[in-house]
Design a protein around this ligand. Sequence first.
Ligand code: AMP
Ligand code: GLY
Length: 427
Amino acid sequence: MNILLIGAGGREHALAWKMSQSHHCDQLFIAPGNPGTASIGTNVAIDINDFKALGQLAVEKAIDLIVVGPEEPLVNGIFDFFAQNESTAHINVVGPSKNAAQLEGSKAFSKHFMQRHAIPTASYAEFTIDNYEEGKQYISNHSLPIVLKADGLAAGKGVIIAFNHQEALASFEEMIQHKQFGAASSKVVIEQFLEGIEVSVFALTDGKDYQIIGHAKDYKRIGEGDTGLNTGGMGCVSPVPFMDAQFMEKVEKTIIQPTIAGIQKEGLVYKGFVFFGLMNCSGEPYVIEYNCRLGDPETEVILPRLQTDLVSLLAAADNGTLIDVNIEFNEGAYATVMAVSAGYPGSYPKDIKITGLDSTPTDPKTLVFQAGTGFQGNDIVTKGGRVLTVTAQGKQLQEAVSNAKNALSHIHFDGMYFRKDIGYEFN
Ligand code: AMP
Ligand code: GLY
C-alpha cells in the first residue's frame, strides 16, 4: 500500500514510525513532514490545506491510504474533497467528513450532540451577539469558576477558565464584541467547570463499530507539579493506573458506545480516529471535548504501546472488518517527555542547533519523535515551541519515565527544557 500522511509534528513522526513497520506499507509520503519523518519516508513540501496539490500527489503516487494528523484539514473537508473527486474517490482517507468533523470544529455542535445522546458532559449555554445581554446575565448568575469556549477552532487557545465574574465578563466581551478569536468566537459556549483529572481515550471507528487503540494522561502545564501556563502537552503516560477495567467499562458504556451509536443514527459519515477528552470526576467520566484526530503528544505514547499493525487496522476500518481485529498492547508502561524551547509557551527563539539525536540509548529501547524541527544545511535545528519528544518503555511507569529522561540527557539544544516530573502522582 502507498500511504500519504498529512502533518508535520511529533504525532506525525510517531504515525510514520508505526505505519512504516507494517508489511502492508510500500511507499510512505509525508506532507509536509519534518526531519524526523524524512528519515522514514519521503517528505513532500505541500501545505496541509492545499487539497488540490495533495490530490494531484495522491494520483501521481498511486496512494491507497491517507492519514490526516491535524484537525484543520479535516474540519476544512479533506475527506469530502477526496470522496467527491473521481480520480481520488477510491482512496481510503482516514477521517470524518466535514459535517462529522464539527464534533471537534464546533463546540456548540458537539455539546448539542452530547445532549441529544445523553452523554455526560458539563452543563452549558451558548451565546452570540444576538443574545449578548442574556449571556452577561447568565455569567453573572453562574457558579465559579466559569469556562468560556470559542465555538470554532482557535489553535488550542479558545478556552478561558475564569475565577471571578469580572474576568469572565471581560473575556466574554473580548470574544464576542472584539472577535478575540475571529469568526471562531462569534459564538461562545459557557459551561460548568468540571473538577477532576483529565485523561484521553482514543478509538478508531468506521461509523458503526469501534476499537479502543489506547489511552493516556497528558501533562498540559509548563511547570512541575502542574503549575504555570497551559501548553500543547509536556508529556504523557500510558497506561494510566486509575484507568482500570472498571473505569474503562464506564467510559465505554456511558460515552464511547452512545457516541458511536449517535454518529450512526444521525447518518454522520465518520471513518477515523475519535479522541475523547475526558474528565474523571471522582471515578465518573465526563466528556470535555471530542477531537476527530489523534492527540499530540498522546500519539507518541499510545502508538509505541500498541502492538497491533496500524495499517491493517486502518484497512479494516475501510472494509467493514474493524470489529474482527484483535487489539493487542505491548507489555509494561510507556512514557513520553517533551523537550521545548526556552520561553515556550510564550515567545521563543528558533533555528537553534540540536545535538545528540543519534546517541540516545537503544537498550532499553527509546524513541525520539521530532516535532518542531527543521533542516539547516546538514544540521537539525529548532523550529517550534515543542521541539521533540522521547518515548520509553519500562516495567513500571517510573522506570519508563526514568528511561525517557535518561535518553533526553543525551540530547541538547540551548535553552532546552522538559518536565522531570511526568507521572509524579503515581510514584
Ligand atoms: P478544550 O479545548 O475543550 O480541550 O479545553 C482546553 C482545556 O481546558 C481542557 O483540556 C481542560 O483542561 C480545560 N477545560 C475545558 N473545559 C473544561 C471544563 N468544563 N471544566 C474544567 N476544565 C475544562
Ligand atoms: N494533547 C492534546 C491535543 O492533542 O489536543
